[in-house]
Design a protein around this ligand. Structure first.
Ligand code: SAH
Length: 356
């Protein structure tokens, strides 16, 4: 079967023939200026320990990382949307499917299923009187989850991203979908959010936690903006838990993560237990985490195949080196998952209701 058939069916609301169909294409920038490329790689060199290196990173380093992330998504989101649609996250597949299933399953449906299964796992209430009404989508991409959550719960959703192109594109898709009164987007840093305390009753972070250079600050901000009784759900890439007697990952594991960090603008990785211990230390309740690696193994092989389609190859070349480097790193993701180094983790918790 042709690799082009791997492209998941794209929901009508995000058709690139919609209102602002050319925005993401015309916005593609070629490559980073040379000076910034140098700064970005020295940043990654500093931040590449698999264990928590946030303490060693300065605010300047954080903002360099943020610039790199913004550039990465500014340049790569168009080609991703062209091939994969509005969701920039893993799909959820039945475990144990053979690799050939990557040709036949609908990956768009699998991505929506990931959202639905995550919400179910986190026990987000669906009843009209208790479902979330004000939601933040932290690291919103082009707003696929934001719109899904708004429709599902009838909620108001604000999405934040570091990428101005993503915020623009998310806004125009949302307007074409008739959801502008409910869903909006801003360029804002998850570590320093422009929202008052206790503003949201559900905090959703789908595959953005891995970009956060200071997990403690990240969690603290999520907790701050959650209302008492509200819930937090983080779905993120982690590395495996260290075994008894281990103080760090093995050198070859560190090396593999380093290559991924380099391509995807990621700071140090952490295990899922880092999030749960932070959640406990912040007094959160109903803290739980899970490893869903077995449900996502079909995803990266499918992304690799779609990159070899005509649209994939031409899109990559149009998007520039940053995106091509990201595509080349897909192989490392597969290797990381297959070797047990990379874990697809979910973490959820509830902010306690204050006793009077
Ligand atoms: N959740 C989206 C997109 C995932 S891609 C989806 O599932 O479709 C990762 C997203 O995290 C990008 O939108 C990127 O801009 C955002 N991100 C990374 N670091 C961030 C930060 N510090 N503050 C806000 N957004 C951030």
């Amino acid at each position: 079967m042709a690799a082009a058939t791997l492209s998941p069916a794209r929901p009508a609301a995000v058709s690139t023939s919609g209102v602002d169909s050319t925005l993401h294409r015309s916005s593609i920038r070629p490559t980073l200026p040379r000076l910034f490329q140098h700064r970005a790689s020295s940043l990654r060199a500093q931040s590449l320990s698999s264990t928590d290196s946030a303490k060693a990173l300065s605010n300047d380093t954080f903002s360099e990382l943020n610039e790199g992330i913004a550039h990465f998504y500014d340049s790569s989101s168009g080609v991703w949307e062209d091939i994969w649609g509005e969701h920039m996250h893993h799909g959820y597949y039945d475990p144990g499917l053979p690799l050939q299933a990557a040709f036949s399953v609908n990956h768009g449906d699998a991505q929506v299923r990931m959202i639905e299964e995550s919400l179910k796992w986190a026990e987000i209430p669906e009843e009209v009187d208790s479902r979330p009404q004000r939601i933040i989508d932290v690291g919103c991409g082009i707003g696929g989850s934001s719109r899904h959550l708004a429709r599902k719960y009838g909620a108001e959703v604000i999405g934040i991203t570091l990428s101005p192109r993503q915020a623009q594109r998310a806004t125009s898709i949302t307007s074409a979908a008739g959801l502008s009164s409910k869903v909006s987007f801003q360029v804002a840093d998850a570590l320093n959010q422009p929202f008052p305390d206790s503003h949201f009753d559900f905090v959703w972070s789908m595959e953005s936690g891995e970009h956060m250079p200071d997990k403690q600050k990240f969690m603290a901000e999520l907790v701050r903006v959650t209302r008492p009784g509200g819930r937090i759900l983080i779905v993120t890439w982690c590395h495996r838990e260290l075994l008894a007697g281990e103080e760090s990952l093995k050198p070859n594991e560190e090396e593999l993560l380093k290559r991924i960090c380099d391509a995807y603008y990621l700071p140090a990785w952490c295990p899922a237990s880092k999030y749960t211990s932070l959640a406990h230390s912040m007094g959160l309740q109903d803290v739980k985490s899970d490893d869903w690696t077995q449900y996502i193994t079909l995803f990266w092989p499918a992304v690799i195949l779609s990159a070899f389609s005509f649209r994939g190859i031409s899109g990559l070349f149009k998007s520039g080196w940053t995106t091509i480097k990201g595509a080349l790193a897909m192989y490392y993701m597969v290797k990381g998952y297959n070797s047990g180094l990379i874990k697809f983790a979910l973490i959820t918790a509830r902010k306690p209701i204050l006793e009077s």
